[in-house]
Design a protein around this ligand. Structure first.
Ligand code: SF4
Length: 295
């Protein structure tokens, strides 16, 4: 694996209310080899050349430790917005694991997005972090259908296995749920898919399900996606072009109906799906040292 120079690892986030109550962002890796054909991180906007090749940041853990030591507010740090933190290099290099050890040492919380079962390796660490701060794990699943998932996300474990990861995390007391994202127009935007994903989430003990019920198609991602989706559904890119030619955000044509189906199914199954309710549910008050000593 190659390394790139960097000065900073953590950045402050102002997206907390809209995205799982996070306080900081962190990407330890650049690029991802999971090959999802819709991946937004391929876009020019993020300036990652050769996206399928994973690189990491030189002295990432040393820089991170300095940053953690200097921060007063022990908030929740988000992993995995631009690259899966449990990518194919993590098993060997353990950079995500190293970061979790530092996060435990300095008492921060974590919010992790992943499609990999390697997260199960770190269950004990996550439990220890959870003793002092908040932890939330989001397993991203686009379809219940393993065959379709294998085409859309060729190097990722099956959806069935991902639901099992949610189950295993929750069995171990780690707050975990499902991100149904993206929802691909003409491909995964069916009532059947939404209902089956909610049903399987329920069976796996998911604490929440969240979806934005659409996808983004920025420059470079759009071309890549069209090329690949046409292999599965010849000519489908023409439908995208006629409906979404100028759209960055591409919502399904039945967006409102599908959202209603989704919310009804979540309510019926007693699973949280509203962002503010999810944040309130997983974030508990962490007593300060002063409060603990008073107690
Ligand atoms: S796992 Fe995430 S970062 Fe990696 S290719 Fe898929 S969508 Fe992109």
């Amino acid at each position: 694996m190659d390394y790139i120079k960097t000065r900073t690892i953590m950045t402050k986030s102002d997206q907390g209310k809209r995205w799982f109550g996070i306080d900081y962002h962190m990407n330890l890796y650049k690029g991802c080899s999971y090959g999802c054909i819709y991946c937004d991180s391929r876009s020019d906007a993020y300036h990652i050349d050769n996206f399928d090749k994973i690189t990491s940041k030189l002295k990432a853990l040393e820089i991170l430790e300095e940053e953690l030591a200097s921060k007063q507010y022990k908030g929740v740090i988000s992993f995995g917005t631009l690259s899966d933190p449990y990518n194919e290099e993590e098993e060997k290099h353990e950079i995500t694991k190293g970061a979790l050890e530092l996060i435990k040492k300095y008492g921060f919380g974590v919010s992790i997005d992943t499609k990999s079962d390697l997260v199960l390796r770190d269950i004990e660490l996550l439990k220890e972090i959870q003793e002092n701060n908040n932890v939330i794990i989001k397993i991203s699943i686009t379809t219940y259908n393993d065959e379709l998932a294998n085409f859309l996300e060729p190097n990722v474990i099956s959806s069935t296995k991902r639901f099992k990861v949610v189950e295993e995390l929750n069995k171990n007391g780690i707050y975990a749920g499902v991100l149904i994202t993206p929802v691909l127009p003409f491909v995964t935007d069916t009532e059947d898919n939404i209902k089956r994903c909610v049903e399987k989430s329920k069976m796996s003990g998911a604490k929440f399900i969240y979806t934005k019920m659409g996808m983004t198609l920025r420059k470079k991602v759009r071309e890549y996606y069209y090329e690949h989706i046409d292999k599965l559904y010849p000519g489908l890119s023409n439908d995208y072009q006629s409906v979404y030619e100028k759209n960055l955000v591409c919502n399904p044509l039945r967006y409102r109906d599908l959202l209603e189906v989704f919310i009804n199914e979540c309510n019926k199954n007693h699973i949280l799906c509203d962002m503010s309710e999810i944040i309130a549910d997983y974030k508990r008050e962490i007593p300060t040292r002063e409060q603990i000593s008073l107690f």
